[in-house]
Design a protein around this ligand. Sequence first.
Ligand SMILES: C[S@@+](CC[C@H](N)C(=O)[O-])C[C@H]1O[C@@H](n2cnc3c(N)ncnc32)[C@H](O)[C@@H]1O
Length: 264
Amino acid sequence: MERGQLGEGGRGLLGGLLTVDDPRAFYEAGYTQPDAAEALRLGRWRELGARSKAAHVRELCERTKLRPRTLVEIGCGDGALLAALRGLPPVFDGFELSAPAAELARRALPDARRIEPFDGAEVPAEDGAYDLAILSHVLEHVPVPLPLVVEAARVAHEVIVEVPLEDNRSARRPDKREEAARIGHLHFFDRAAVRGLVSAAGLEREEEITDPLPYAHHAFFAEGFGARGAAFAKWAARAGAHRVAPRSCEAWFTVHYAVLARRP
Ligand SMILES: C[S@@+](CC[C@H](N)C(=O)[O-])C[C@H]1O[C@@H](n2cnc3c(N)ncnc32)[C@H](O)[C@@H]1O
């Protein structure tokens, strides 16, 4: 695993404003988009991402025959993933570092039991309060990720962690690193690093998934025929390579990795 320069106090931009030295302010700005059209576009982007993330959660639950009755998402953002998971757990909660994001999630999820901002460290729930805790695309944003995995394992019997695996040849290119830093990525994980975090938190790995992501994801920001064609070629090459040699792909380009682990 490589550690991004931002962890050492570098500057990152989200909404073009702030440093990750103050994570709360960084993610508050990230969810406060003054331009209505841009806010709508970002909402659609998160919704699209949530479809894949929710499919991974459902697949992991199906493979392990897990039927969570209570679920918590730690770092739930605007609630897009919880919304895409509707129907899986009867009871669901979300906690989020950024108050504006928690407010968006509260509005999107009137059927949730609790959607609240929290300090990013201590989930305001009893030990074992949930069947399942989800940390989705959060750990790469947290300066020291292990305590948050330990906290997830404290409040839930089963934990799903999903991150992008960015310790690869394509994502190591300077423009890609710059983009990852801009959106607050502090860590560039490989599978071994995530497995290490999960087991250091006292969890036993049950099932894993990797996903090179659908065409719609690669094409979302593509404008014009040429860009959409390039996105199509990228998607087709990655999806094909992933079908043939899924593990080797992790050294070449970014895939999303989701792991379900449980307390022994
Ligand atoms: C890329 S978003 C992912 C949102 C959502 N989990 C999803 O997968 O759609 C990263 C989220 O992590 C949150 N975050 C950053 N540091 C955190 C921390 N220490 N604890 C909880 N959430 C944190 C950010 O506020 C942001 O909402």
